[in-house]
Design a protein around this ligand. Structure first.
Ligand code: NAP
Length: 288
C-alpha cells in the first residue's frame, strides 16, 4: 500500500461475515492493481454521512448491503437500468462529483446460471421461493429477460402476491404469488424450468434445516439454484442431485455480482476463477 493506493469497500450493518473483502482483494492481487477493499459497519442513521464522506475521501466506489440497498438510492445522482428496475442499489461509483448507483445482483444471478447450467430465461417457467431483497432482484431480472411465467412462493403469501403484481405491472410478465404449501409447489414445479430458493433456509449454522422442496417434487430437467452460498452445497442441492436435476450453488451469484462491481470500478475484466477460489477457500476455512 502507498499514498496512491485506491480504496473500495462495503457498507452494511452488520458486515463482519462478508466474503467480499477476501474475494476482491484476491482479484486485485491477481491483476496487479494497487487497490484495497475494506468492510465498514455503517448503522442506518449514518448512511448519508458515510456515503458523502467516502466521496469526499476520494474512495473509488462501494458495495452496499443490508440494510442500505434501498435507502442509498436517494443519495445517487444516476441509476443504471437494473438499479432502477429492481429498486435497489448494491454498487456505488464516485465520479466527477457524481454518485452513480448500480445493481449487479440480478445480472450476477443470471451469469452464474448461464455459466453453470446453460440456462436462458426466454420462455422459461420459473418458481422463486422467498419475496425479500434477493427474490426481488431475481424476479425482475427473469421478467426483464423474457421468462414466460414466474411463480413467487413465500412464507408470508401477501408479500409474494405484492411482488408478483409489481413485476407483472412493470414488465407485463405472467406472475403470481402464493404460499409455501407442498401441493401448490408440487403442481407449479411439474412444468417448471427453474427453481430458485431466495430464502435463508439451510444457511450456516442451520445447515440441517429441512429444505422447502424435496427430490420427490423435482424432475430431471429442472435447474435448482439455491442462493445460499454458505455452505456451497446445501440440503436443497443434495435433493436436486437425488432427483437428477441440475444443482447450482449461490457461490456463483456471489462471485459474479462481485465481478461486475470490480469491472465498474476498475474498467478491467474480473478474474472470476480467482474470486471463486478465494470464496471457496474462505468458506472451507472459517465457516462450514
Ligand atoms: P430478506 O430480504 O430478509 O428475505 C428473506 C426471505 O426469506 C423472505 O421472503 C422470508 O419470508 C423468507 N424466509 C426467511 N426465513 C424463512 C424460513 N425459515 N422459511 C421460509 N421462508 C423464510 O433476505 P434476502 O436479502 O432476500 O436474502 C435471502 C437469502 O439469499 C439469504 O440466504 C442470502 O444469504 C441469500 N443471498 C445470496 C446472494 C448471493 O450472492 N448468492 C445474494 C443475496 C442474498 P417472510 O417474507 O415470510 O419473512
Amino acid at each position: 500500500m502507498s499514498a496512491e493506493t485506491e480504496l473500495v469497500g462495503l457498507i452494511g450493518h452488520p458486515v463482519e461475515h462478508s466474503l467480499s473483502p477476501v474475494m476482491h482483494n484476491a482479484a486485485f492481487e491477481e491483476k496487479g492493481l494497487d487497490y484495497v477493499y475494506l468492510a465498514f459497519d455503517v448503522p442506518p442513521d449514518s448512511l448519508k454521512e458515510a456515503v458523502l464522506g467516502a466521496r469526499a475521501l476520494g474512495i473509488v466506489g462501494l458495495n452496499v448491503t443490508i440494510p442500505h440497498k434501498v435507502a442509498v438510492m436517494d443519495l445517487c445522482d444516476e441509476l443504471d437500468r437494473d438499479a432502477e428496475l429492481i429498486g435497489a442499489v448494491n454498487t456505488l461509483r464516485f465520479s466527477e462529483g457524481s454518485i452513480e448507483g448500480y445493481n449487479t445482483d440480478g445480472e450476477g444471478f443470471l451469469r452464474a446460471l448461464r455459466e453453470e447450467a446453460g440456462f436462458e430465461p426466454k420462455g422459461a417457467k420459473c418458481v422463486v421461493l422467498g419475496a425479500g431483497g434477493a427474490a426481488r432482484a431475481v424476479v425482475f431480472k427473469l421478467g426483464d429477460e423474457g421468462a414466460s411465467e414466474i411463480v413467487i412462493a413465500n412464507r408470508t403469501p401477501e408479500k409474494a402476491v405484492k411482488l408478483a403484481e409489481e413485476v407483472s405491472e412493470r414488465l407485463g410478465v405472467e406472475a403470481k404469488g402464493t404460499g409455501l404449501d407442498k401441493e401448490t409447489l408440487e403442481e407449479e414445479l411439474r412444468d417448471a424450468d427453474l427453481l430458485v430458493d431466495a430464502t435463508p433456509v439451510g444457511m450456516y449454522p442451520n445447515v440441517d434445516e429441512p429444505p422447502l422442496v424435496t427430490a420427490d417434487m423435482m424432475h430431471p430437467d429442472l435447474i435448482v439454484n439455491d442462493l445460499v452460498y454458505n455452505p456451497p452445497k446445501t440440503r436443497l442441492l443434495e435433493e436436486a442431485e437425488k432427483a437428477g436435476a441440475t444443482p447450482v450453488s449461490g457461490v456463483g451469484m456471489l462471485v459474479h455480482q462481485g465481478a461486475l462491481a470490480f469491472e465498474i470500478w476498475t474498467g478491467e475484466e474480473a478474474p472470476v476463477d480467482v474470486m471463486r477460489r478465494a470464496v471457496l477457500e474462505a468458506l472451507g476455512r472459517d465457516r462450514c
